[in-house]
Design a protein around this ligand. Structure first.
Ligand code: SF4
Length: 294
């Protein structure tokens, strides 16, 4: 059954990107999973490997007549479940085709870019793929120029961003605006996004499984915008791009490549607000970025 195979692929994908102890019996996908398992139950394979213990046990198969009746009485699927197949289709692409991303992005121009970004937003804006989806007020997709040469990546939405649905609009965002203007740009000429699109409670750092679940959306955004330079604001985006926990203090100001993109790691504006002396370091880093964009 193709849909069941899709669901299995999705579970495998979630494990690959770092989900541990996935328990679907309490997730928004539970109803969908139970339905698919029920549909698949009449033709069990005796030699099949039993499912891992952490997955919910499938319900016993119902006789055909009862199954038909149960299906007709089943309540409407939760919205997140309705998005499941779309999420799978969107996130599998970049993971399977990393090498081709830059060439594909170069071929996506103008209205197509806007269309791609809009479709990405539409696909994910009701996402419930991690726990942050249950506590957010707004999904904060990101904003800016789809043709931007410069793309800033932050950590995640804070209080103001969660309230408004826009990235970097609080005090740290206002400081980022001033940095962007000092570089000779305007906010609407660059692209601004975060690693996770929903606010972590109490502004805590996003957990590894939340970063793993959400980062495919950012990968899509980078692919479509196709910037010349990416600025990683703080340790969370820097570590994600490097694939390991990295010290921003030790490595800021040094370009590195992520795939084919030049990346400049620097301090997050919120850090500058707490440590104003870091402003000079950030300005040095941004001057290096400006030199690359000439
Ligand atoms: S943080 Fe990302 S993965 Fe988690 S629910 Fe929000 S959009 Fe989905």
């Amino acid at each position: 059954m193709a849909v069941l195979q899709d669901l299995q692929d999705y579970l495998e994908y979630m494990e690959v990107v770092g989900f541990e102890n996935l328990v679907l019996d309490e997730s928004p996908f539970a109803a969908l999973l139970a339905e698919y398992r029920q549909a698949a139950a009449p033709s069990p394979r005796p030699s099949a490997v039993p499912p891992p213990a952490r997955h919910a046990a499938p319900p016993p198969p119902l006789p055909a007549a009862e199954r038909k009746q149960a299906k007709s009485e089943k309540p409407a699927r939760p919205k997140a479940a309705a998005n499941l197949m779309s999420i799978m289709n969107m996130v599998q692409g970049p993971l399977l085709e990393k090498e081709d991303n830059r060439a594909k992005a170069a071929a996506i121009q103008g209205e197509d870019k806007i269309d791609c970004l809009r479709k990405t937003y539409q696909t994910f804006h009701q996402c419930q793929a991690c726990a942050l989806g249950t506590t957010r007020t707004h999904f904060v997709f990101g904003e800016g120029n789809p043709d931007a040469d410069l793309l800033f990546i932050g950590e995640g939405p804070g209080f103001d961003e969660d309230r408004t649905g826009r990235p970097f609009v609080g005090k740290a965002g206002q400081l980022l605006d001033r940095i962007i203007e000092a570089m000779g740009y305007r906010r609407d000429k660059v692209f601004i996004a975060n690693i996770v699109k929903c606010r972590p409670p109490n502004n805590r750092k996003p957990l590894p499984d939340e970063v793993a679940a959400c980062s495919p959306i950012l990968e899509k955004q980078i692919e479509y915008v196709n910037p010349k330079v990416i600025v990683a604001l703080g340790a969370t985006p820097f570590s994600w791009l490097k694939g390991a926990n990295m010290s921003i203090t030790r490595h800021r100001g040094q370009f590195f490549n992520w795939r084919d993109y030049m990346v400049m790691p620097t301090f997050h504006p919120a850090y500058i607000l707490r440590n104003p002396v870091a402003k000079r370091d950030v300005w040095e880093d941004m001057q290096k970025v400006m030199a690359k964009l000439k």
